[in-house]
Design a protein. Structure first.
Length: 257
């Protein structure tokens, strides 16, 4: 069974952390992954930087720009994590845009993911229909879960189609717009969370965009299986480097802090 599916079966709310590969420094990738697992994180999204990241807010864009300047590429990333399964057991997902994967070759990229122990991909600009018609068989051949994003504007018909072709979790974008930390969610987001929760989808949902503290983590996971934190963690890395990762995850998970 795919590690993502195994993790989703656990009786707990899941914390997934996004970070940009090759940031703050080119060779920080493996160290960040190892520290995140030691700090109690359930899944990790490894961001493959791209020069035109449509879904990313300014914090993640800046980290992507720096990572590209540091020399991060698909090949460098795969070289860095080629032995990652010797030290890390939690699910690892690459989040990136279609262009670099097409340049690498979709099947070659998927094969390399399987080889190094990647469990799934999140490709925000991959059209659902294109995936279903052209690439689903390739992803399944290499045991990869493809994670689709839905937003408050996604129609019920489209959500149910995504649910029907998914076999892991659905990435539930908390609000329209790009990534970025928020201190709390308003009634609009709460209504959206309730609406999706009441659809009884076969795939669990994990909420992303706007999670930054214990309050937003708790709000996001009231109906959903878990939450994803990106921008707030990148800000923490920018300010504190890679040595205080446990402090960050502890304050997300612990209401006493």
């Amino acid at each position: 069974m795919n590690r993502i599916n195994q993790k989703l079966q656990e009786d707990k709310k899941l914390l997934s952390i996004y970070f940009t590969a090759g940031y703050p420094s080119l060779n920080d990738t493996v160290g960040v992954i190892e520290e995140l697992e030691k700090s109690g994180v359930d899944m990790i999204e490894i961001g493959l930087p791209f020069s035109d990241p449509l879904a990313d807010g300014p914090t993640i864009q800046a980290s992507s720009t720096q990572a590209l300047e540091n020399g991060m590429t698909s090949k460098v990333l795969f070289d860095q994590i080629k032995n990652i399964r010797e030290t890390v057991s939690i699910p690892l997902i690459i989040m990136g845009y279609l262009n670099p994967m097409m340049q690498y070759g979709i099947e070659a990229f998927c094969a390399k993911c399987q080889e190094v122990g990647i469990d799934g991909l999140i490709i925000p600009d991959m059209p659902v229909d294109v995936y279903h018609e052209q690439f689903q068989a390739v992803f399944e051949k290499y045991g990869l879960i493809n994670v689709f994003l839905i937003t408050p504007q996604t129609s019920e018909e489209r959500i149910r189609f995504i649910d029907s072709i998914s076999n892991g979790f659905i990435y539930m974008v908390s609000s329209a717009g790009t990534t970025g930390a928020k201190n709390s969610f308003g009634n609009t987001q709460e209504t959206y969370f309730d609406r999706i929760g009441n659809m009884n989808l076969k795939n669990p949902q994990i909420v992303g965009f706007g999670i930054s503290n214990h309050e937003t983590f708790t709000q996001a996971t009231n109906k959903a299986k878990g939450a994803i934190i990106g921008s707030a963690f990148i800000k923490h890395l920018t300010k504190n480097g890679t040595k205080s990762i446990k402090e960050f995850t502890t304050q997300i998970l612990n209401s006493e802090l």
